[in-house]
Design a protein around this ligand. Structure first.
Ligand code: BTN
Length: 252
């Protein structure tokens, strides 16, 4: 099967993947767009998606008996993107190391180089999950609006040269196939995903701000990742708890 669907432009590759998923597209299908006109991030944020970036969405069809473990997919996708960037950085002799920001960021020097937005479509006879991945590849952060420019970077900004989009997509596909969908079926893959998070999550040991709609932001120290993949934080009163759906950012 030709698993790739290449588009010059899409509102969002997640929208296209959802449409194709409803129409019955096979698991493993990957939608790629040169640019997105309404790229989305988490928490309803806009994801700037000009030409030069790698904007892609993968369709996964977990078996019904594994549905309760689909939250693992987002963390596994983070590791797949990290592994992809490790290879690209080594080929471009980029000395900086990428790290993970819980739950779905990939950062270099605390600036975002990639993000992941998983959307589950579990109602209906053939449930599927769309794993949307945005890698700032050859799009420079210097073209972004001020407020985003200071918190973003790209592979070409870091390496001083461009990296083939096709080669990046091939690497990303290989890394995704190594980890997803096995992560919901196979304990070893899940354990190795957790290990990478524990080693490479740049928030651990630092003060973070935890925000959720309707309550005031709280500061705490990130202490680890638990066996469910949740970020563990220690409040200033010494209580440790896992963070589930809230937004966590480095405290400034
Ligand atoms: C985030 O960091 O908040 C997640 C960003 C996810 C962006 C990717 S780009 C491909 C896919 N299509 C979208 O509209 N979003 C994801």
């Amino acid at each position: 099967m030709d698993r790739y669907i290449f588009l010059e432009s899409a509102t969002s590759t997640n929208d296209e993947a959802k449409r194709l998923g409803i129409e019955g597209a096979a698991a493993g299908t990957i939608v790629v767009a040169e640019r997105q006109t309404s790229g989305r991030g988490r928490m309803g944020r806009v994801w700037q998606s000009p030409e030069g970036g790698l904007w892609a969405s993968l369709i996964i069809r977990p078996e019904q008996r594994h549905i309760e473990k689909v939250t693992r997919i987002s963390l596994a996708a983070g590791v797949a993107v990290l592994d992809t960037l490790d290879e690209i950085f080594s080929e471009l002799s980029i000395v900086e190391r990428a790290g993970l920001g819980w739950p779905n960021d990939v950062l270099v020097n605390f600036k975002k180089v990639a993000g992941i937005l998983c959307e589950a479509h579990l109602a209906g006879p053939s449930p599927f999950v769309v794993v949307g991945m945005g890698i700032n590849l050859n799009n420079s952060a210097s073209a972004l609006p001020d407020e985003l420019r200071i918190i973003s970077t790209s592979v070409s900004d870091l390496g001083g040269k461009q990296f083939s989009q096709q080669a990046a997509l091939e690497k990303l596909t290989r890394m995704l196939d190594n980890r997803i969908p096995q992560v919901v079926e196979c304990a070893e893959t899940w354990i190795s995903t957790l290990e990478t998070w524990r080693e490479r999550c740049v928030l651990i040991g630092r003060e973070v701000t935890i925000s959720s709609p309707g309550s005031s932001p709280e500061k705490a120290i990130a202490t680890g990742i638990d066996s469910e993949g949740r970020l563990l934080v220690k409040a200033h009163n010494g209580e440790e708890r896992p963070v589930e759906f809230e937004e966590t950012t480095l405290a400034r």
